[in-house]
Write a protein that binds this ligand. Sequence first.
Ligand code: HEM
Length: 458
Amino acid sequence: MKLPDGPKTPRFLQLIQWIGDPLGYMESCKDKYGDIFKLGCSQRPIVMVSHPQAMQEMLTSDRLTAPGYPNEIFRPLMGNNSLFLLNEKSHQRQRKLLMPPFHGERMFHYGQLICDITKKVTSQWVTDKPFPIRETMKEITMSVILQAVFGLYEGERFQQIKKLIGERLEMTATPLGFALLSFPSLQQDWGPWSPWGRIAHKIRQIDELLYAEISDRREQLDPSRTDILSLLLLARDEEGQGMTDVELRDELMTLLVAGHETTATALAWAFYWIHKLPEVGKKLLDELDSLGDNPEPMAIFRLPYLTAVCNETLRIYPVAMLTFPRVVKSTVKIMGHRLEPGTEVVGSIYLTHQREDLYPEPKQFKPERFLGRQFSPYQYLPFGGGARRCIGMALAQFEMKLVLATVLSSWKLALADNKPVQAKRRGILLAPAGGVKMVMKGRRIGQGQTSEPVASSV
Ligand code: HEM
């Protein structure tokens, strides 16, 4: 089978480059081989595309499918029934069960919850003490997921799950930890001191808590509750079947992991750009102030400049750099290349978003580009597309806007230093190196005035 051209360096060296410097790797391939090339960093050859036409073909053609097996890397944490890993019919069935609680309209029930959590978490900030804003954002997005998805409010189980998931994700955030995920042969549980043994132990601890919660909730099933676990406990497929405990555990874990670091990282980037570029911050504050005190979450959601800032944040450094791989089912021609059945194709969201023909001066943060024109779903796609498009898209967009509006209207913040922040791989995400260090300078009481700082201890 003839595949497009691509780097010829040994697989191991390509893998090291992909793990250590994913953006450099993708950019150098694009510069050398153009809009379509073959990557040699994985066991199976993968074709990477970034041209909008190729993205559309890959995401919508019935000659390609979106199976779960290329997402093997997620299996140890998310489990066999995770939406990430399911194929064809079972994937469609599970998506149908999961989608309704994530529909735009239902999301809006969570508006007040998101604002309240944001206020509570940020009330812990201490004046003039530098802190990485990504950590605060993780605290917020994890609480939102636990409350919106699980219906878990405070309490010991809430605190334990929060702590253990955070610890588990840290274990594979470093390049070394990510390498553990990339080489299944290293995933050996040789007791509590071996690297994989520690990970496996952590997953068992989380599982105990998840199963305990599922069991309690099955016993006291309350149809009036609106959290996603309650809706899933009541959901039935076309044959009238509900979800098993193991299916529920795997989906809960999937939503917890997929839903909190992604949004927290996007928020950390947004805070960086807003404070790095004072003119962006000023425009945004003027727009937020125009809504007056205590605006409705929906009014915040509709603000055009805030929307543009969030869009540009996810354009310049899309926290999910790639779509999930798709697989050719019957021979297809993409960008002039005949791809045979079995070929894996992945979309580089990063490279699409860096195209000079779509986004002039692509390395510059310019929210205005989203005010002047509309982009097609294959030119701008931070949440992927087609059969596996992110199911948390509406929640993530709503959450980003409400958290930014709540924080910026309440607090004066500044970057702790003026050095440019680099984009760095954290696990599978593209995150700001160092987490974006910020300082809180005082409370804001509308229209740009500040009062004496009201800071409590940590
Ligand atoms: C800024 C935040 C987020 C970004 C950038 C993001 C991005 C993505 C991307 C690129 C995909 C793959 C799409 C494809 O291959 O076509 C995806 C899939 C997915 N996302 Fe998100 N996501 C975010 C937040 C969330 C949230 C909040 C949740 C849930 C609470 C979530 C749940 C999922 C799930 C379950 C899938 C798999 C869908 C499937 O396999 O059918 N994501 N996301």
